[in-house]
Design a protein around this ligand. Structure first.
Ligand code: SAH
Length: 420
């Protein structure tokens, strides 16, 4: 989502101001840092990065801070780093062309919404297009700062999304990546009088776009994975068979304290339905350990879900208290060392599962969409079910889909050879 927000700002700056991208911060007229605020660490990193850029920037160059940390710290950023020229919240990115001309501007209003509906063209990748389908988030997960930084959830009208997919296909991209904090809640609220379309119907419409062969999306919420959605996912050949199911915790008690709205049993039921209906589906997840009140038993429930679902990929985090959240006020916190220990135990367990999963890939064939040239004489791409595969080859493969046999496996990347 941050990549898409950055693309959006780059597009505005290109179109209105004639800026071009540079890899060299010393020659930049404008340096922008697009930030996250989900955990505390990136916030600290921001200020050290800012200091570094301030030292090496050329005379008169501007520095801007954008994204969720901008939303949440606002003018505090300029207080702590007075050389910062403007602060632009995650929901306000389309105002970029305006704030660069107002020194010390702070634009972080989360009621501001129509902005994100007007798309300007800029894409980081020629082969896939990120498309926002909603902004903000209506969930109230007690650990999460996102609803406070990105505001209420508003769906972008379906016809605009389909038009974006069409534009992407016309420019040669075979893949679209639909983005939202809670994509399968799509359609609950639009900013005006727009046709009510749910996420499943949106997927159907996007898949009618000729030239688009692959549709990905993130993040869906396990609570809203109804049968209709899972069945469309299974049935529709354009929808990539890779599903992100953010678990957060395997303990029903902790899930309740997190206000996730589902239980361990519901999650397992949905994952089992997916596995049963979609052969070769890969399921990824997010897990937080050491949420306030998490006992050794609760943690064992999380490991148990991992044992039963056998996720192909896990993003795991130690709980980080965030301002403006309900959980920040909870007093039954878990000792930080216990949290670190649980995190390493969880990651070690996942490694053993992953070694078994990847061993099973050896010798198998998959269709790979090549998107990236790697410096060491390889091209890399993804299978429909999100396995990253590297193959010896050059740019002639970029943007093409080819049949690949896996010849060497590891936890992060698989190697293969083209068979057709
Ligand atoms: N709406 C997205 C969440 C984006 S944040 C979704 O539901 O997938 C990405 C992940 O960061 C979350 O899924 C969660 O696992 C993690 N996260 C969020 N807040 C956190 C916190 N306070 N401490 C640790 N991890 C957190």
């Amino acid at each position: 989502m941050n990549v898409r927000d950055s693309e959006h700002m780059i597009a505005e700056l290109n179109a209105q101001e004639g800026y071009e991208l540079t890899d060299n911060p010393r020659e930049a007229d404008l340096i922008m840092i697009n930030t996250c605020s989900v955990r505390e660490k990136p916030v600290h990193k921001l200020f050290s990065e800012l200091g570094g850029f301030n030292k090496l920037k050329k005379e008169g160059a501007k520095i801007g801070v954008c994204g969720c940390t901008a939303s949440h710290l606002g003018k505090e950023i300029i207080k702590r780093a007075p050389y910062v020229n403007f602060v632009l919240g995650a929901r306000n990115v389309s105002k970029i062309g305006e704030v660069i001309h107002r020194d010390k501007a702070v634009e972080i209003d989360i009621d501001y919404d129509e902005s994100q509906f007007a798309f300007k063209d800029f894409r980081t990748s020629a082969y896939k297009a990120y498309i926002n389908i909603s902004i903000g988030c209506d969930k109230q997960c007690t650990f999460c700062i996102v609803p406070k930084t990105r505001g209420d959830e508003i769906s972008i009208p379906a016809d605009l999304i389909v038009a974006e997919a069409l534009k992407a296909a016309e420019s040669g991209a075979k893949e679209v990546f639909l983005l939202g904090q809670n994509v399968n809640n799509y359609g609950r609220r639009f900013s005006g009088d727009h046709e009510k379309v749910n996420f499943t119907e949106l997927l159907r419409r996007v898949s009618t776009v000729e030239g688009i062969e692959r549709i990905r999306f993130t993040s869906p919420h396990p609570l809203h994975m109804d049968d209709e959605f899972i069945e469309e996912f299974a049935r529709n050949p354009k929808i990539c068979k890779s599903m992100h199911m953010p678990l957060q915790s395997g303990s029903s008690e902790i899930l309740k304290a997190m206000k996730r709205g589902y239980s361990k049993e519901w999650f397992l039921n949905r994952a089992a339905k997916l596995r049963a209906m979609v052969p070769d589906v890969s399921i990824s997840t997010d897990i937080i350990v050491a949420f306030p009140g998490e006992s050794e038993e609760d943690f064992a429930d999380t490991l148990d879900v991992m044992r039963q679902v056998r996720f192909e990929q896990i993003f795991s985090f130690k709980y980080s208290p965030r301002p403006l959240t309900e959980a920040e006020k909870m007093t039954n916190t878990v000792d930080s060392e216990i949290g670190s220990e649980r995190l390493s135990r969880l990651q070690a367990y996942q490694d053993t599962i992953l070694d078994e999963i990847t061993a099973g890939y050896l010798g198998r064939e998959f269709d790979v969409y090549f998107e990236e040239l790697r410096s060491d004489g390889y091209v890399a791409g993804r299978t429909d079910n999100n396995i990253v595969i590297k193959v010896k080859g050059s740019e002639e493969w970029l943007g093409k889909i080819a049949r690949v046999r896996i010849t060497e496996v590891s936890r992060l990347v698989q190697y293969g050879e083209i068979v057709a």
